[in-house]
Design a protein around this ligand. Structure first.
Ligand SMILES: Cc1cc2nc3c(=O)[nH]c(=O)nc-3n(C[C@H](O)[C@H](O)[C@H](O)COP(=O)(O)OP(=O)(O)OC[C@H]3O[C@@H](n4cnc5c(N)ncnc54)[C@H](O)[C@@H]3O)c2cc1C
Length: 365
């Protein structure tokens, strides 16, 4: 049976960043990816926003890894020539919503976000005349990134550092003892077993189901998971802004926002649609709800220019019947299985946080 130091399950942005970081730290690293290409799931079905860390509770994993990841990501993109733009973001409050905007600002400051400022209705009228808002919070460290170019670069770096990336290799079973993991791997020609000392579960939506199937993993540490699909609609023609425009956040998402991509095209989303099983079909029936949400900040939205675009699915964790809204990084201090790290509930801002998550995981192993 083949034996390696480290296996990373999943070649999304997080698995690739972890593989790169661990390969650079020394030791052999194998990445097992079920699909024919890397980044086919969460990492290519998101808003491609580099978040500024406004929303997450101070001291949470999301807050800390988002802020650290933001800085690392800008440095990395600049060093590797990855397309990105620090375009800034406005969170727009309507009449009567200023207390919520103030609360968002207070939270962001306490969490460590920097360079935030309030913008008046008069400023908005000058800078973004199409927009309707009583006040806005401006974040200069928010931006956009070409997530495919980012992942391609991380994969190249990982391979240059000696990691082996195996596409079309699905992990179908895991036997789990401290520092001795036996993985059943299925591929086009059959299946084989692989032994690893360290196992990083970065399987995105499949991370919780994989934990549930690990033989020898204590069941009480396995959370439940629900799926919150996010649909996107694109806008034909030019974007009304070069900035990212967000409403105030809602219960399970950041609100239907306007993201401008690197080609200058605008799209709106994601909304929140609870689904039993992940699927990527945009629900066209939701166009009316999109129009209503967008008109709160863009009353003159030309609705005929909205078209269904794509969808992504967020992994939402439930622990002891309560939503667990932070990332969950489980290592042996939690579950007692030495050498095993589970990355669970890595929803937004996981793209922004990927390099910081990789840094932490490498320090922990
Ligand atoms: C709608 C939406 C919008 C978002 N917007 C943003 C944003 O603007 N900014 C931001 O920072 N974050 C955003 N995010 C979050 C971000 O996309 C994710 O946190 C990040 O991409 C997670 O990456 P990952 O590597 O953990 O998961 P994935 O990219 O899903 O990678 C997991 C990989 O594991 C593989 N896999 C699964 N099971 C197996 C198996 N058994 N064997 C082998 N391989 C397996 C899968 O094929 C997949 O490639 C958004 C997420 C969503 C859903």
């Amino acid at each position: 049976m083949e034996q390696v130091d480290t296996v990373v399950i999943g070649a999304g942005v997080v698995g690739l960043a972890v593989a790169r970081s661990m390969a650079r730290a020394g030791g052999d690293v194998v990445v097992l990816e079920a699909e024919a290409r890397f980044g086919e799931h969460l990492s290519s079905r998101n808003s491609e926003v580099i978040h500024g860390g406004l929303y997450y509770p101070p001291g949470s994993l999301k807050a800390d890894t988002c802020l650290r990841g933001n800085a690392l990501l800008y440095q990395y993109c600049a060093a590797r020539g990855i397309a990105h733009r620090r375009c800034g973001k406005l969170v727009v409050a309507g009449p009567g919503q200023q207390p919520q905007l103030q609360a968002l600002y207070d939270n962001a400051l306490a969490a460590g976000a920097r360079d935030l400022s309030f913008k008046s209705a008069a400023w908005l009228g000058r800078e973004e005349p199409w927009l309707s808002g009583a006040q806005a919070l401006h974040s200069t460290h928010s931006g956009i990134v070409d997530s495919h170019a980012l992942m391609a670069s991380l994969a190249r770096d990982a391979e240059d550092a000696g990691a082996v990336l195996c596409l079309r290799h699905r992990v179908s079973a895991i036997g789990c003892e401290s520092h001795r993991f036996t993985l059943r791997v299925t591929h086009a020609e059959g299946e084989f077993d692989l032994r690893a000392q360290t196992l990083i579960n970065a399987a995105g939506l499949a991370a919780v189901p994989l934990v549930k199937r690990m033989q020898g993993f204590p069941r009480r540490y396995c959370p439940e998971q629900r799926f919150a699909k996010g649909n996107y609609f694109r806008l034909a023609g030019a974007s009304p802004s070069r900035r990212l425009i967000y409403p105030l956040p809602e219960a399970h998402g950041l609100g239907v926002h306007l993201t401008v991509d690197l080609a200058g095209k605008a799209r709106f989303g994601p909304d929140v649609q609870w689904v039993e099983t992940p699927d990527y079909q945009v629900d066209e029936q939701r166009q009316g709800a999109f129009e209503t949400a967008i008109r709160r900040y863009w009353p003159a939205l030309p609705a005929a220019k909205l078209h269904p675009d794509y969808a992504g699915v967020r992994p939402k964790l439930i622990i002891d019947d309560q939503p667990h809204t932070d990332f969950l990084i489980q290592d042996s201090r939690h579950h007692g299985v030495a050498g095993l790290i589970n990355l669970l509930g890595i929803e937004s801002p996981g793209l922004t946080a990927a390099l910081a998550l990789a840094e932490r995981i490498t320090e922990q192993t």
